[in-house]
Design a protein around this ligand. Sequence first.
Ligand code: X2X
Length: 343
Amino acid sequence: MKRGLVLFFAIALAAAWAAPQAVFAADYKGEYKLSTVLGKPFPWGNAGERWCELIKQKTNGRINVKMYPGTSLVGGDQTKEFTSIRQGSIDMAIGSTINWSPQIQQLNLFSMPFLMPDYKAIDALTGGEVGKDLFKVLESKGVVPLAWGENGFRELSNSKRAVHTPADLKGLKIRVVGSPLFLETFTALGANPTQMSWADAVPALSSGAVDGQENPLTVYMAAKLASAANQKFLTLLGYVADPLIFVVNKDVWASWKPEDQKAVAEAAVQAAKENIAEARKGIVAPDDSLLKEIEAAGVTLTRLTDAEKAEFKKATQAVYDKWAKQIGADLVKKAEGAITNRK
Ligand code: X2X
């Protein structure tokens, strides 16, 4: 009898002790789905893999994340990714500001033509008040933003001719993605823009259905656009850049223990830092090895003079002014100020 009682208390005690852990364990999924547009070996996909790996390490395997590149969780339609994160069919994502801008108007900021003249300008935005404001907007939309990464400055390629001025773009069919801002920018430049997902873009370029596209150099290289998609003419336009944002769905986040939230956030910050370094590698002097590699591959690389660049800027000024109102005059003014005062 006495022994039975002791056993009973022992079991009751064990159950009480185990209960909170059991609740946590039951709340944790066996696999969390991380969405990206690009997989390995693109810097974007490498960042995704790295985030997964660091989360595993830092949570001692309590959180298991698998990357789904090609925005495969939304059938390749990258402009639908954000909605699915909000709704919870995607748990986590590393997304481009361009792809999420249909749902978050303010993210069009980074796609305003010629707003950011250099990398310090990007950093002044993402690392300053503007970045904090945008994270607040994201939080209000049901996601937890954790870190800023980078896809990169977007350069223009095509299969037809070297582009030095907007006049050279006349009639060229250019694939663009995401927000209508891109359609308006390329229309203002005299091109014939057409919107399609990345999944559709590569075959369309290869078959010659479209003449050109715009993407960061790391994407141009890793996708082998010069050889596989006839993109032999490349202009360093650098007219916009798209940062990447590391996020987690709000309910998924709330289901994690504080120590695991901390681990996931730290992992994001570290993976993002490494991602930015990789996205900029070989592009900026003194290490411009990626540019050399592109030229060595027989690509006609066009570096614009200041006067040529000014022509592109002038041609897109009306688009800039119109979108400044749509994005929010205060936010744009804050961004312009941060860029003027960048260190
Ligand atoms: O589709 C593109 O051009 C890409 C891969 O750069 C983005 O997802 C914004």
